[in-house]
Write a protein that binds this ligand. Sequence first.
Ligand SMILES: Cc1ncc(COP(=O)(O)O)c(C=O)c1O
Length: 452
Amino acid sequence: MRHLLEESARRAISYLEGLGTRKVAPSPEAIAKLAALDEPLGEQPSPPDSVISMLDEVCSPASMAMAGPRFFGFVIGGSLPVTVAANWLATAWDQNAAFYSVTPAAAMIEQVALRWLLDILRLPPGTGAGFVTGATMANFSALAAARHAVLSRAGWNVEADGLFGAPPITVVVGEEAHSTLFKSLGLLGLGRKRVVRVPVDAQGRMRADALPPISGPTIVCTQAGNVNTGAFDPVGEVCEKVHAAGAWVHVDGAFGLWAAASPALARLMAGVENADSWATDAHKWLNVPYDCGLAFARDPDALRAAMAITADYLPAAVPQRRPSDFTPELSRRARGIEVWAALKSLGRQGLAEMIERSCRHARRFADGLRAAGFQVLNDVVLNQVLVVFGDAERTDRVIAELQTEGTCWCGSTVWQGRTAMRISVSCWATSEADVEKSLEAMLRIARKHAQK
Ligand SMILES: Cc1ncc(COP(=O)(O)O)c(C=O)c1O
């Protein structure tokens, strides 16, 4: 075992050390070699070290350097080295994080990490929370708490009786809500399409002046951090307008909620703390390994009512927080360990610096692209930049060549009718030199296509 694990650690370290110098996207040749995996399952066992060497030799070159400093697609953080190390230790422990009484270390560490998170994310003390796989499940869990609360106020027990015959719930969303929010609504039986859509402004912010009149059980879904522009809905204003009518306000802050950690960005967060529930990801801007999302509900009992179960063979209630009372899963890995390690290692200042650094890099990209005559479509308020290199076809050609050339990796999007390249800066490892190197590649390729 020792040799196998040490050899695997050696391979992993060498992979991580190579991230800054390799091409970001895997080569077509490396992808073609994945065919070696497509073999019949052997009758006889394979030696474990040959399994690991095959994994590394076939799959490492065919992986995207997502954990590296010049991957700017989607919204993807890397993993702080301390979180990779914590993850290795936690994997060795192999704790099922459901119960305090059987896995006290995992439960305690989650509890401490959650207390720190409420503080750093400026959420109300006493807020209930659960560790889930990502923002999709965090939205799902928080909206399950919302569904419980608004129906319970109308005298209906949704956990016991389901939605058949229940009082109807009005769900209000901004036109620019993330696609996964609709998936969460669908999973909860609230319907992907059965929503009232509120118009947005040019940055994708919900227009609080265009909210519909609210009556009856209502959930209003807002967003802190639009995936394309980084813009924040005016959550405080929305809360003021709809709370009087008894509506529940949810915030999808998959990456934007981390702005709270930076005093310089706190103005974006005005009133976010007045909402009733929040979803975020730690695998994005906190830079912990996949997968790690967080669901928060101001009223812990609403989240508990939606999630908790009992069974005769499961441990009885103890005075300490029982992690599985707040999550859709019963058995799951102890995600809080990496979150704790990240926060403990960064401290308040280190976290603020990491968030601000990403935003500074995003502004540098925008300034460099604008100075070269290319149009930046968004106000760069956070870590997202949208740039166009001409018409849709030319922008697509630039993106395709940039991805193949390999200095960095950016994806495409369509923003309010225009095809654009997205630059999302979320990785702890991105340095000023990485930004300059990537900018040089973007401008070189964009100029080449401008001349065609
Ligand atoms: C605003 C927003 N919500 C939800 C999600 C989904 O997150 P996940 O892929 O972690 O489920 C994203 C992903 O980028 C996002 O930006």
